[in-house]
Design a protein around this ligand. Structure first.
Ligand code: PLP
Length: 391
């Protein structure tokens, strides 16, 4: 996606009526002239014109050939894993979304799909961990919640050389900032619940494939398994996409200012944001994306769950909630919320410290957001700053 104009006009005007807003086809079935003679639609699990419009739009934005819209981001991930067979292996980023970890471990391992986790920020780790059974490499970049960045183009080359698929969860960047298929990936998935929907008012998932044939396989899996996106929710995602460009630019600007503020605060330990020069993979982030997104994570100097709990309860504009990517700023404590299903040692090994706080920076005036964080630090100074009580 090169610019706002292209994005806005990727959403078509209705051919039948000229309606400028995409019609919502709230129907379960379609009348046939004769058995098997229809207008391209026979049953709404298989296809729906509102959903089809969203699927065409996202395929265009991601520079792919087929888009498929699901009832949630996890349903989209689930459909991609269903491409595999028992005995196949997935090589996944270690700092993976908690729900994806749960799906891989508690559902797919019992069907004989093995998952290995590596730190994909160094492409060589991927090269070294790949086996002849690896059929799918699973990346998130930037990751949730420590904003690790992996080199999509370098890993795509490794995947190609081993004839295995590369799937990138592009939820955090969105196609406004990063197009993994252009960089060599085979599949992109989204939790459209986040930036694509953009208003914290729906749950949705998307898959986009580079090749048509692979897309047809995903469509087959969706029709066979049934996890479709409803017409109204498809329409809400389309409406969200109309302002994606504008929103993501502002999310990124606000997040950059907040990351720079946090870096100078005495109560703060580490700050994770790909837009900071101190970020380990700042160069790669700059090379493969048009901006750094709206998520900022940080730890407290007093690296305890208690200190983080005290902090997240003290903000006014940053609301304490799971999820991200909406207009209103949110914050969460991954260790007790989004990443609770990952065992403590595994979670810490992946860099999710006890005191790590994740901000989803919204579209409020950035000075107000910084003032909010400042007052939360001040209000909880005792709990947050005290690192040990002398005996
Ligand atoms: C939220 C999220 C998902 C899961 O999406 P749902 O819409 O909640 O099912 C997957 N990946 C990432 C990176 C996410 O943030």
């Amino acid at each position: 996606m090169s610019n706002a104009t292209q994005l806005i006009h990727s959403i078509p005007v209705d051919a039948l009526t000229g309606a400028i807003s995409v019609p919502i086809y709230q129907t379960s079935t379609y009348v046939q002239e004769a058995p098997g003679v229809n207008k391209g639609y026979d049953y709404a699990r298989t296809n729906n014109p509102t959903r089809a419009t969203l699927e065409t739009v996202i395929a265009q934005l991601e520079n792919g050939s087929v888009g498929v819209a699901f009832g949630s981001g996890l349903a989209a991930i689930d459909a991609v894993v269903k491409l595999l067979n028992a005995g196949d292996e997935i090589l996944a980023v270690d700092d993976i979304y908690g729900g994806a970890f749960r799906l891989f471990t508690h559902i797919y391992e019992k069907f004989g799909v093995k998952v290995n986790y590596v730190d994909t920020t160094d492409a060589e780790n991927v090269f070294n961990a790949i086996t002849s059974n690896t059929k799918l490499i699973w990346l998130e970049t930037p990751t949730n919640p420590t904003l690790k960045v992996s080199d999509i183009a370098a890993i795509a080359k490794i995947a190609r050389a081993h004839s295995c698929l590369l799937c990138v969860d592009n939820t955090f960047a969105s196609p406004a900032l990063q197009q993994p298929l252009t960089l060599g990936a085979d599949i992109v998935i989204h939790s459209a619940t986040k930036y694509l929907g953009g208003h914290s008012d729906l749950i949705a998932g998307l898959v986009v494939t580079k090749e048509k044939e692979l897309g047809e396989k995903i469509k087959f899996i969706q029709n066979a398994s049934g996890a479709i996106l409803a017409p109204f929710d498809s329409w809400l995602v389309i409406r969200g996409i109309e302002t994606l460009h504008l929103r993501v630019q502002q999310h990124s600007r606000n997040a950059q200012a907040i990351a720079e503020f946090l870096e100078t605060h005495p109560a703060v330990g580490k700050v994770y944001y790909p837009g900071l020069k101190t970020h380990r993979n700042h160069d790669i982030a700059q090379k493969q994306s048009r901006g750094f997104g709206g998520i900022v994570s940080f730890t407290l100097k007093n690296d305890t769950e208690q200190a983080a709990t005290a902090f997240v309860k003290s903000t006014r504009y940053f609301k304490l909630a799971e999820s991200l990517g909406g207009v209103k700023s949110l914050l969460c404590h991954p260790a007790q919320m989004t990443h609770k299903s990952i065992p403590a040692e595994k979670r810490k090994a992946a860099g999710v410290a006890d005191s790590l706080v994740r901000l989803s920076v919204g579209l409020e005036e950035v000075a107000d957001l910084i003032a909010d964080l400042e007052q939360a630090f001040a209000k909880r100074e005792q709990e947050i700053l005290v690192t040990s009580i002398p005996a």
